[in-house]
Design a protein around this ligand. Structure first.
Ligand code: KIV
Length: 300
């Protein structure tokens, strides 16, 4: 069995990304790079690539756990994935996504869940979806000592109520309500807010009111940073691709190619070859053969 990749400790290290550093990047107009990761090897990759923020998104539900959407994923499942990502990261800020049903009921529930992400998985912060009443939950979590990232626009946990997976804020009224959600989360103390699937022109208007870093996904280029799902940007899956996804590699195809080549070599007995097999000294082999007398083991 081969070992998982490890950090190269001889490399010059970057400073860990703090909340203050993110605010500073916003002030300096330096784009913030955020990406999802759901396991240790991916964490090592995004660390190596030098991203600023890593989100263990509830999108793990459909990207690695085989669920149809993000609704069924549990706190326990996301805690296990977050802890694995934590073990692979040194510098990016690690944000754990609070799954559907784990924070909406009361401030006490929201605080208890957020504390688990920090204490059990080592997250630096948590993310929750929605404005309105969720701004109160965000405020409660911040007051309990855990930094919160908000998420407005298309919020997949409540996509049904929003009319499906579609861009939000496409009428003046709906755009106004996205603005109000964002302002409520900002006022509640969120250190950053994700804007998902919002027309670029609407984002441009809302950005005039924002004082905390805004990370966009399908929200145009005027935000302070961008986030994409790792499995989307590397094309690890085929299938539905939201309009905002740009593919930077075709890893899924490459994975199939590799496994197919392995299967062919096993079937043709080309693998394993001597290079991938262990040896024994000839005299030891002779001793073994003499000991077993060259006879195959009898079968009862
Ligand atoms: O779960 C997720 O991947 C997210 C990002 C799209 C921001 O919430």
């Amino acid at each position: 069995m081969s070992s998982p990749p490890r950090h190269d400790d001889n490399k010059p290290s970057r400073r860990p990304i703090t909340l203050m550093k993110l605010a500073e990047k916003r002030a300096l107009g330096e784009p913030i790079v955020m990406v999802t990761a759901y396991d240790h090897p991916s964490a090592v990759v995004v660390e190596e690539a030098g991203v600023d923020v890593v989100l263990v998104g509830d999108s793990a539900a459909n990207n690695v756990l085989g669920y149809e959407d993000t609704v069924p994923v549990t706190v326990e499942e996301l805690l296990m994935l977050s802890a694995a990502v934590r073990r692979g990261l040194k510098t990016p800020l690690l944000v754990g996504d609070l799954p559907f049903g784990s924070y909406e009921a009361s401030d006490a529930q929201a605080i208890a869940t957020a504390h688990r992400f920090v204490k059990e998985a080592g997250c630096d912060a948590v993310k929750l979806e929605g404005g309105g009443a969720m701004a109160d939950r965000a405020r409660a979590i911040v007051r309990a000592g855990v930094p919160v990232m908000g998420h407005v626009g298309l919020t997949p946990q409540t996509a049904t109520a929003l009319g499906g997976y579609r861009a939000q804020g496409r009428t003046a009224e709906r755009a106004r309500s996205v603005l109000e959600d964002a302002l409520a989360l900002q006022e509640a103390g969120c250190f950053a807010i994700v804007f998902e699937a919002i027309p670029s022109d609407v984002t441009d208007v809302i950005m005039e009111y924002m004082e905390v870093p805004v990370i966009g996904i399908g929200a145009g280029s005027s935000t302070d940073g961008q986030v994409l799902v790792l499995h989307d940007l590397l094309a690890i899956h085929t299938g539905f691709k939201p309009k905002f996804v740009k593919e930077y590699a075709a890893i899924g195809e490459e994975m199939v190619r590799g496994v197919r080549a392995y299967a062919e070599e096993v079937r043709s007995r080309a693998f394993p070859d001597p290079q991938h097999s262990y040896g024994i000294a000839p005299e030891e082999l002779d001793r073994l053969k003499a000991a077993v007398d060259g006879k195959p083991r009898s079968v009862a």
